[in-house]
Every structure is written in structure tokens, then in C-alpha cells.
Design a protein around this ligand. Sequence first.
Ligand SMILES: Nc1ncnc2c1ncn2[C@@H]1O[C@H](COP(=O)(O)OP(=O)(O)OP(=O)(O)O)[C@@H](O)[C@H]1O
Length: 386
Amino acid sequence: MVLEAPPKPSSWFPGQAAEPPLPLITPRAADLTSRLPKTGETIHGHKFFIGFGGKGANQCVQAARLGAKTAMVCKVGKDSFGNDYIENFKQNDISTEFTYQTKDAATGTASIIVNKEGQNIIVIVAGANLLLNTEDLREAANAISSAKVMICQLEVTPAISLEALTMAHSSGDSKLPGTILSQKPLGDVFSGSQIKGEAVASLRCTALIDSGDAGTACRFTRAPLFPGTDQSIFSLKTLFNPAPATADLDPRFYTLSDVFCCNETEAEILTSLAVSSPADAGKAALVLLERGCRVVIITLGAAGCVLLSQAEPVPKYIPTEKVKAVDTTGAGDSFVGALAFYLAYYPNLSLEEMLKRSNFIAAVSVQTAGTQSSYPYKKDLPLDLF
Ligand SMILES: Nc1ncnc2c1ncn2[C@@H]1O[C@H](COP(=O)(O)OP(=O)(O)OP(=O)(O)O)[C@@H](O)[C@H]1O
């Protein structure tokens, strides 16, 4: 049984999980029963919901609704929830080629009972999520290495997330230096708009290669994504959302994250610093950056977010619109999905501009009830976001 997700308890603190690890089907805040049952007791409730969720799925749905070509690598059970879950991806134009089904576990669920005070009891069964394995990733390897951006979270076995990040990261690096087809002379510098389908800030042609019928190929050098670094936009692949967070996160997650994006609670758990203002977030972001990420973003709910990058290691606060929030559940996933969309499709935008737009899209999502049901489509958003 899956009900709508409860509001976050206010008492989460460093060392504790930021929130229950969200499995594949996530419910949303709701008054479902007047009180919670005692042990052995059966009571009547007055509402029942089933909703799709899971951070990865939510993020994927948001990116897809903005127009991104997406695929979801995950595992669900060979059961009715799993079938519905796959159907939901299809409805959102998400490729399910790597959405595996297994008979060995049930689709991940969270059964949540919420009383009228918003208190809840929750039973999470991660189920099939934990069966996503190395072989599954290998099957998806081509899709991962040809993707512009891969998002990972911690709702599957952390070792599998690490493996996927390693895969994406190394496939990005293996393109450096790379070869592109072009008629450009040696030494010429390309700009992004000149190179179809590639996310290029600027590239210098360093060697010409005869590629037969395909034309002349140009070998290029790394193009710095951010001034002062050797970070190439070609290796900008991994967007890691460390949720649900644990204090003892494997240090490789930091070095494999091109963009590390977490919320305040997650930042607190990871750094043991209190985060309740943009200034606090800047300090926590610095700690995370020093662990090896290239870019750190900490989201701050209605206050927007803070950005810090190795290229510009001074925290930048990016506020958001003041809106009337109806239901903020899943706002973080809307934000991450939107950010992935901009990284993949608008790589020449500044990160600050990408974050302003992601803030805007997440702010739209909080003005409607529900999680995925509140995520806006491109057609419903202002044209200047695209
Ligand atoms: N009340 C709000 N008004 C406007 N924008 C909001 C509001 N709440 C969240 N947002 C937007 O959503 C982004 C993510 O919110 P938040 O930091 O609460 O993430 P989160 O805690 O991971 O969310 P959730 O767990 O509910 O999915 C914010 O950076 C902001 O852009």
C-alpha cells in the first residue's frame, strides 16, 4: 500500500538520514487518518493515494518534460507497481530500455500513514532498487557514455551509483583530447554553435586527420569550461545528488561529481556544519568543494540556492521568486532535473543563469500539489527559459 508522502520532521540533524530513502513509489503530504494506529490496532482512514516517485524518476520526469531526451536506468519488480511505473516513464517520453524488471524482489515502495497533525509512520521497502547490478550498468554503458549528463542519487546500492559515476566520468575523460569532423584549419578555435551536437565552449584544432569519406577530422585540445581550470565541458557528465545522505559518504563520490547538488539537510549531514542561511551554505559548500567536486550547489528551499565552483571559489547566492507554496514535496528533484536539462542542452549558459532558471522551474512546481504531477512542461513555461 502506498500513500502520499508526509511532511519532513523538523528534528533531523547531522548524522541522521535527511529523509527516508525514497523508493520508487513515493507518496505525498496528506491527512490520511485522524490518528496513527497503535500496535495490533485496526482503524479507519479517510484517504488513500498512490503516486510515482523516487528521486531518480522524479528528476528524469522533470528533465523530460522540459524537452530532454532521457533514459532511466533502474530496476523494478515484475509486479503491477513495476508495470505501472514503466508505463509512467513511457507517458513521459522517457526511454525504458534500461528499466529492468525482476521477479526476485518487489518494486520499491514507501507505505506512509499520515495523521491530521502531519505525523507519520513509514515503512520503506527498497526491494528491486537494491538489485540493480553491474551487469545492468554494462548493458546501459553505451547510453551512459554517449549521454551529455548522467544524474545519480543514493536510492540504489551506493556501490552501483559509484560504478555508474565512474563509468560516466571516465567516458567523458576518454573524449579528451578528441576528434571532431570539421573543415577547420589547424590552430583555429571553434565556438559552441559551430559544432553540431557537442557541448563546446571553445576548442583549438591541434591536428588534422584524414577521415576518408567522412571528411577532415580535427583533433582538439581541452576547452576550459570555467576560467582557470582545465575542466572541459566534454567531461561535464556527472550530476550527483547525495540523497538520502549519510555522514560516511565514500570520498570517491566527491571526486566523481562534476556537479554535486544537495539540500540544506544533506549538506549538514555531510559536513557536520549547521546550514540555515546562504552564508552557512557557502561555508558548507566550501567543505564539499575541498573534497574534490568541481561544482557544488546547495539548495535552500524558498531562499533559492548557493553555488560554488573550483573555477570561482567564492560562494554565489542565487535567490528565487517569492511564490505561494502549496506543496514543496519533490521541489529538489524538479530543481535537479531542470539543472540536468540546462547542463545538457544549454551548456553555454553560465552556471548562475542555469541555476536561476532551475530555481524558477522548481518554484513553479511548489505551487501545485503533488510531486511529478506538479512538474511543469516546457509548453507551460515562459519562452525565455529556453
Ligand atoms: N517555497 C518555495 N518557493 C520557491 N521555490 C522553492 C520553494 N521551495 C523550494 N523551492 C525551489 O526548489 C529548490 C529545491 O528546494 P529544497 O532546497 O527544499 O530541496 P529539497 O529539500 O531537496 O526538496 P524536497 O525534498 O522537498 O524535494 C530550491 O532551491 C528552490 O529553487
